[in-house]
Design a protein around this ligand. Structure first.
Ligand code: LLP
Length: 418
């Protein structure tokens, strides 16, 4: 177990989180290297079992956690990367990732980002509109190269996840419509500076049922078959990410089942299968470590006021997302129910509500499953310096991003002379 109690103290691998807090302070993100590695290997293994002869590429979705230490670890394991900005491309490069294994999705790629991606020689640009095809074609002509592209096709299936992280419905802004896809492919295939490489789709995140994924995959396969009849052959099918993890009582299928479902939908088609998991690789590989500043007993509620806040972990405030909260060393006092809240001036600033905990002020809490969309979505709201990130491996810990200093937050600002 990467995060578990040992002798009554909650640990990351072989290191007590009390030691981590002492060394690096709180709040602090703590990642388990072994957990990231084993999640990646689970995908590899799932492909090997489900469809050993199919070429597959696991493109880690950088948006989930973009620390260079995480990217570099995954690059060394052989991962490709799914990116959504020039910034993420720069990070993959800085981490030593293989740019030929990069797919670039995103609904609003700028001219500069497309130039950057083409010059880097990435695997594929996932286009999301006819206008983006025009822009990419013009840039490729100017640069005198061929742009490898796919369309991100919106299969119009209901992912049955939280409304804000569902992306595959007609009313979502993502991708090109299923009906329009065929025409766009024919247009793309006729352009000398465009090379049709594949097709992409992503229906949503935190999926706990493989059925909508299978539906989407079947629709994409039907499209690939139609394209083939028009003489358009695809090298890869990118079926996205979205594989759900366990935060609370969810019981998501195993990665093995998810991957077997996708391989099954592809059937005898021989395209390379690309998946772009983010959360399933890093979500349960990280905790947010925080100290209780005050225990406040109210008439209606008790509060544990902690030193982490919505600026550090936005998911509860933004999505009402549930993260398990555990006492690093249960205090031995009576268990009571607490809302775990931060110091930010917003009612939405909570990390957990009505949690049964044995705590006293000064104690440490670990907010679990915070490895994905935690630090990556953090901000400096309320002029709070962003917290450090630490990777643990066995009994070793390494600071992979230091705590920000308050002065850094305004060092680029200036006061007009007038
Ligand atoms: N591929 C594409 C094209 C995506 O848009 C996304 C996520 C992924 C892959 C990775 O999805 P994952 O495997 O991590 O579920 N901030 C939200 C999640 C937003 C996901 C957006 N797209 C959250 O905290 O739950």
């Amino acid at each position: 177990m990467s995060f578990a109690y040992r002798d009554g103290v909650y640990c990351a691998e072989g290191l007590s989180l009390e030691v981590v807090a002492q060394r690096y302070g709180t709040p602090c993100y703590v990642y388990s290297r072994a957990a990231i590695e084993s999640a990646y290997r689970e995908f590899e293994q799932a492909f090997a079992v489900a469809d050993p002869h199919r070429r597959a590429l696991i493109c880690y979705s950088v948006k989930a956690n973009s620390n260079l230490a995480v990217l570099s670890l995954l690059a060394r394991l052989g991962a490709g990367f799914d990116i959504v900005s020039g910034g993420e491309l720069a990070r993959v490069r800085a981490a030593g990732g293989d740019l030929r294994k990069v797919v670039f999705s995103g609904v609003g790629k700028t001219e500069a980002e497309i130039v950057q991606a083409l010059e880097a020689g990435i695997l594929c640009l996932n286009l999301e509109s006819g206008e983006e095809l025009e822009r990419t074609d013009a840039i490729a002509r100017r640069l005198g190269l061929r742009a490898a592209v796919a369309f991100r096709v919106n299969p119009d299936v209901d992912a049955k996840t939280l409304p804000y992280i569902s992306t595959g419905l007609k009313q979502n802004k993502f991708g090109v419509s299923y009906a329009e896809a065929e025409r766009l492919y024919r247009d793309a295939a006729a352009r000398p500076n465009i090379e049709v490489a594949g097709v992409g789709c992503h229906i949503g995140s935190q999926l706990t049922d493989p059925a909508p994924l299978a539906d989407a995959a079947r629709r994409i396969v039907a499209l690939a078959e139609r394209l083939e009849r028009h003489g358009i052959a695809l090298r890869h099918v990118d079926l996205g990410g979205g594989f759900g993890i366990r935060y609370n009582h969810e019981s998501p299928p195993s990665i093995g089942i998810f991957i077997a479902t996708l391989c099954g939908a592809l059937g005898a088609r021989r395209e390379t299968l690309i998946v772009d998991p983010g959360r399933a690789i890093v979500g349960n590989a990280g905790v947010l470590l925080t100290r209780i500043e005050y225990v406040k007993r109210g008439e209606a509620r008790n509060f544990a006021v902690v030193d982490a806040a919505m600026n550090d972990l936005l998911r509860p405030a933004l999505y009402q997302a549930w993260h398990e909260v555990v006492a690093v060393r249960p205090a031995g006092v009576a268990i009571d129910s607490y809302d775990v809240v931060g110091p930010v001036c917003e009612t939405a600033d909570f990390l957990g509500k009505e949690r049964k905990l044995s705590i006293v002020s000064g104690g440490l809490l670990a907010i679990r499953s915070a490895g994905a969309y935690g630090m990556a979505m953090s901000s400096n709201y309320n002029s709070r310096p962003r917290c450090p990130e630490v990777v643990v491996s066995g009994a070793r810990a390494e600071l992979v991003r230091p705590r920000e200093h308050v002065e850094e937050l305004y060092s680029q600002e200036s006061i007009p002379a007038w």
